[in-house]
Design a binder for this molecule. Structure first.
Ligand SMILES: NC(=O)c1ccc[n+]([C@@H]2O[C@H](COP(=O)([O-])OP(=O)(O)OC[C@H]3O[C@@H](n4cnc5c(N)ncnc54)[C@H](OP(=O)(O)O)[C@@H]3O)[C@@H](O)[C@H]2O)c1
Length: 299
């Protein structure tokens, strides 16, 4: 059984990347950072940071020499470009590739043809082809909506301004995991090489609903007047696809597409009732724990 020792991470300077970098380093892997441009002072001097051209096979193959596994946490717009990184990983003899996916419903085949989701699906297909001929193994991690994004951004419930747009009946269940735990799971994947080979794994720290989060906020701050309105996820999905079709790829439109799908409950499987939490060392958050987190986000 191959033992993973040296791990390269691409996209380590983003939102998720630093948490994954820390978890890999804490788990004892020798981590190399692949970046488009070095950020002075970003890493301990002992860390190998390589400036690479993510469009060049030569640049990437040379950077991946002696690397056992590649973890990609590149941002959404760079997902398609990972084909070059995967091909270079094969050329360099890398044993495991974890692509930048880390979605909520991105692994649901019903969404494979939709903008954004099609990029993730193409990368999974590319990896499956390489694995089928024994060139590489892969693992995709589905983790739900990042818990930090759910609580810090006004997208689901705006805790600071006391407003919310309730989707459907507000009871759609959604999985979330915090970013440090996504890092924990990635390190565990690399420690459990055979058990995690060529599969999509699911982790879920907590399952919430909009009504539950709003209920916590109202209970914790009685007397506050909330402004709420309602819409349907199907309406949001139609609107977002029309806007994207008309060439609008702005962040509000992308967020609308993500909300319409990730918060659509059973329609796209946004809540994971069956998980790989135990294998990947994920401790679940209780409802009380979630309420405490909501309390820390109230104005
Ligand atoms: N489940 C959720 O709620 C959720 C939320 C957000 C994101 N995600 C997913 O998590 C993953 C990481 O997202 P993120 O928000 O952390 O990403 P991000 O902050 O937008 O970007 C991460 C890093 O990607 C690198 N990068 C950017 N453009 C690149 C390019 N063209 N080629 C190669 N590298 C490039 C940059 O690193 P360098 O400058 O160092 O090269 C950047 O710091 C994505 O798969 C995203 O879809 C999931």
């Amino acid at each position: 059984m191959p033992k993973i020792k040296k791990v390269a991470i691409a996209g380590a300077s983003g939102a998720l990347g630093p948490h994954v970098f820390k978890a890999l380093a804490d788990a004892g892997f020798e981590v190399t950072v692949l970046t488009r441009s070095k950020k002075p002072g970003a890493y301990d001097l002992a860390i190998e940071v390589l400036e690479v051209d993510f469009t060049s096979m030569d640049s990437l193959t040379s950077a991946l020499k002696d690397i056992d596994a590649v973890v990609s946490t590149v941002g959404g717009t760079a997902v398609d470009g990972q084909t070059v990184l995967i091909d270079a990983a094969v050329a360099a003899g890398v044993k495991r590739f974890i692509p930048s996916d880390f979605g909520s419903v991105s692994t649901n085949p019903k969404l494979d043809k939709l903008p954004l989701y099609s990029s993730m699906a193409n990368i999974r297909e590319h990896l499956q082809k390489k694995a089928a001929v024994g060139e590489l193994s892969w693992t995709v991690l589905a983790c739900g909506a990042f818990l930090e994004f759910v609580l810090n951004m006004p997208t689901v419930i705006d805790f600071k301004n006391h407003t919310a747009t309730i989707l459907d009946d507000g009871d759609n269940r959604v999985t979330s995991t915090s970013m440090p735990l996504v890092g924990t799971a990635i390190a565990a994947i690399l420690k459990n090489f055979e058990a995690t080979k060529n599969q999509i794994l699911h982790i879920s720290e907590v399952i919430w609903t909009q009504n539950q989060l709003l209920g916590f906020a109202k209970e914790l701050q009685p007397g506050i007047k909330w402004e709420t309105n309602k819409t349907q996820t199907s309406v949001l999905l139609k609107e977002s696809l029309e806007q994207i079709g008309a060439g609008d790829l702005s962040m509000p439109v992308i967020l609308k597409l993500l909300k319409a799908t990730a918060l659509a409950g059973d329609t796209y499987g946004g809540a994971y009732d069956v998980t790989d939490n135990e294998l990947l060392g994920i401790k679940e958050l209780t409802a009380d724990g979630l309420k405490t987190l909501v309390a820390s986000h109230l104005a």
